[in-house]
Design a protein around this ligand. Sequence first.
Ligand code: IPO
Ligand code: ZN
Length: 410
Amino acid sequence: MNPSRAAWLSSTLATCLVGTASAGPLVWASMGEDAYRLLRRAGAQMEQVEPHALPSETIYLMRVDEDALPRLSRDVHEQLHRCGGYIVHASRAEGRQTLARFKSGVGPQGKVSYAIDDAAEVNALLPQLQESQVRSSIVQLSTAYKNRYYTTTGGVNASDDLAQSWKQLAAGRTDVTVKQFTHPSWPQKSVILTIKGTTRPKQIVVIGGHLDSTVGFTNENSIAPGADDDASGVASLQEVVRVLLTSGYQPRRTLQFIAYAAEEVGLRGSAAIAADYRAKGKKVVGALQLDMTNYQGGTNDITMITDYTNAAQNQFVRDLAAYYLPTLVVKNDACGYACSDHASWTSNGYVASFPFEAPMSQYNPYIHTSQDTIDKSGNTADHAIKFSRLALAYAIELGSDGPAPVAPRK
Ligand code: IPO
Ligand code: ZN
């Protein structure tokens, strides 16, 4: 067979299996065994493949055709019934460093108390969280733009609009700032709202979700509402911001709420932010990821993702749920390599947890399609509000860093 026919055949195979329309530029990426096998079977162009044995599984680092990546996660899910994520790296060196840090499992930044000792504050604010607020934020994010993809007008506008509305929430507070984090390689910016800690401002607690949406190959006119993935997570954490700010709560540690750009294309936004924080020596004491919070799927209320997350902090999050939300059913599951932005914190040596909407077998089947709309969740945010409650408890219990100071005796 002549080489051009071989190339045609393999690209046709790739079209069937991975949906590769045409060969794009090669990018550095890492992925688990399942995703790698699927790409290889599809004949996707790959170079300089190197396996890295992590304690949990073997991860492959390679240069791969960027156009083979968009539908990879969906194909792994549909064909292998597993969740196969990938991370895009800036270079081979950066990819190798990421994998080395996963391997060594760099520990937490200093001692953190997971004692539950702020019940008065948490219980005072929990009833202020409103399902209707979360619902209207999900509707807004999922209907105001054709899509929120990291390269489109919709994706750029969604970031600018979110920064605007977070600035309105922060109005009048000198200890609250809203900034957009610019990513040099694409136009969509991440959005970061910071509530400065009163006594330990250098210690940062992060609560995040991703702003971008996708339908695989996404362009200006693609319809990618991403109501559950991940308007729901951004709406869940935004409601925590609203209640913390309207109540005048002041954390001792610094709280940061982040809407990450470009999660759907290899965790690029969160990877840039977590690497930037590590490079600057920032002390992130814990990160909580909210990606898909509004589709219950089965009888679990909250499914704790146990892989590429921190076991001690995961137990803290379960303890918070048991203490403050005792009626919720909390179970565990794994989601595989790089399934969301928590992995960016983990690979940069930080502690991260990921409470998820359902077990792997029961999560929202409409994600990454034009059908990811709020009607699939009964037109309510009844499930997402549970994650707002959990995130509020996490923000205050970790943000207060110990019980409220006792008033001096007279
Ligand atoms: C996702 C996360 C965890 C599990 I279990 C299943 C699915 C969604 C994630 N892969 C995604 O698309 N995030 O944007
Ligand atoms: Zn997604």
